[in-house]
Write a protein that binds this ligand. Structure first.
Ligand code: HAM
Length: 430
């Protein structure tokens, strides 16, 4: 017997039954982000490895440990994208979008790849819905973006999600904070893991998001970045908080939050859910400002801010809510005798053309087995088509939930089913 080949660890199949939930979340995002003026971009799954090294940062876990990197047949080093911000920035630069418009709002959704230790809510192929706004350095842009996420979570009816906020300063004030942090870390060197002993020299901020509990304890007692902000960064952060208040958005300031990517300047934020279903993977989304990244990638000096939500995690939360998103068929067409098979196929075809969801067992079989299938399909009505119905042009719609059958002319089935749909919609959820 030949060996069964299984899917790759950490990469999942999403099947009908669950996919409707994903489509629901994606559909809401498309619609809502459109209202905020965001246009969709789709960038390739693989990029030049250097793109992520130079933006996300060599010392981050993402680039240092988690990327799927390989040489293509031409000897170029490519990486499967671990995130969407750097690819979108690369596209923005390549298409010289800054020459076309002063402010650009883009969103994307799709798979990202990180070779992470697997847990609930943490996968190696996972999905993000993200957005990036280019061209405005003002706090109003940050606030608008957070408002969009809050409205998105509201539309998903997800509660108990807290917005955490911090500012990491900029090139003017961060060096002083760095110096103080290094001094502090030096004093605690022996408590740090081997990775952090190295990070301390190369990129001390990364010590603050080390997953090792001892390093976390050291980091928690370290210097507070907010006490080092220069006047313009402080004003930006204050302005942002004022604007969030104006928008009625609740937040907590968390001076220990640095995020796991190197490109941030000033604002960083995370949306953290408190639901136990997510375990330690409670961050459903995060983002921040990255005013220097474009230039660092050889592009124009364009400020930017963005975020990405973890679609897998949003879906886990929605599943917990117990809501269903599948749409059952309006009708199951059953065949009473073999001679009616073609007429039934044609009827199903016509009704589908008219916009109805119709199920039909192409295998034929006994009426009893077809009715069993009808029951299983969750169809609202069943119509049995046999010689009598074909000759008279009259049939009956049998409500699967019980109740009297509705007589109907075969030509009026679509009209009657649409009216039934409308009546249910008006009656509201049962
Ligand atoms: P990130 O925090 O690395 O940020 O990822 C954003 C979200 O993606 C996380 O909050 C989490 O919900 C989800 N996520 C990350 N890794 C995994 C995983 N292995 N499995 C499941 N979900 C995961 C970024 O990627 C930035 N590009 C966000 C951004 C956009 N910053 C500015 N613009």
């Amino acid at each position: 017997m030949s060996r069964q080949i299984e899917g790759v660890k950490g990469m999942r199949d999403l099947l009908p039954g669950e996919i409707e939930l994903w489509q629901h979340v994606e559909g809401l995002a498309r619609e809502l982000f459109g209202r905020f003026g965001y246009g969709e971009v789709r960038t390739p799954m693989a990029e030049d490895t250097g793109l992520f090294v130079r933006s996300v940062g060599e010392e981050t876990d993402i680039v240092g440990k988690e990327m799927y990197t390989f040489d293509d047949k031409g000897g170029r080093s490519l990486s499967l994208r671990p995130e969407g911000t750097a690819p979108a920035a690369r596209a923005y630069i390549e298409h010289a979008i800054n020459n076309k418009e002063p402010i650009t709002r883009w969103f994307y959704m799709g798979p990202m790849f990180r070779y992470e230790r697997m847990k609930t809510g943490r996968y190696r192929q996972f999905y993000q819905i993200g957005a990036e706004a280019y061209g405005s350095k003002e706090a109003a842009q940050d606030a608008e973006m957070m408002d969009m996420v809050v409205q998105f979570l509201g539309a998903l009816e997800l509660k108990d999600v807290t917005l955490n906020l911090n500012s990491l300063g900029d090139e003017a004030c961060r060096p002083a904070y760095h110096a103080k942090l290094v001094e502090y870390l030096q004093a605690h060197r022996e408590e740090l893991c081997e990775d952090c002993k190295r990070r301390m020299e190369t990129n001390p901020l990364r010590v603050l998001d080390c997953k090792n509990p001892t390093c976390q304890a050291v980091a928690a007692a370290g210097p507070n970045v907010l006490e080092f902000l220069c006047e313009p960064c402080r004003a930006h952060f204050d302005d942002l908080q004022r604007k969030l208040t104006v928008l009625g958005i609740k937040y907590v300031v968390n001076p220990r939050m640095v995020r796991g990517l190197d490109y941030y300047t000033r604002t960083v934020f995370e949306f953290i859910a408190s639901h136990p279903a997510l375990g330690t993977a409670s961050t459903v989304g995060g983002g921040g400002r990255y005013d220097k990244m474009m230039k660092g990638l050889g592009g124009p000096d364009v400020p930017a801010v963005g975020f990405a939500m973890g679609l897998d995690r949003l879906v886990l939360l929605l599943k917990e809510s117990g809501r269903t998103f599948t749409s059952p068929p309006d009708l199951f067409v059953a065949v009473a005798d073999e001679g009616s098979q073609d007429a039934a196929l044609a009827l199903a075809s016509r009704l589908r053309r008219e916009g109805l969801r119709v199920d039909f067992d192409t295998r034929g079989g006994s009426l009893k087995s077809q009715m069993k299938r009808a029951d299983k399909s969750g169809a609202r009505f069943t119509l049995v088509l046999g010689e009598a119905e074909r000759t008279s042009g009259q049939a009956k719609l049998k409500p699967m939930a019980g109740g009297d059958a509705i007589p109907v002319a075969l030509d009026d089935v679509a009209k009657t089913l649409r009216a039934a749909r409308l009546a249910t919609a008006q009656a509201g959820p049962t």
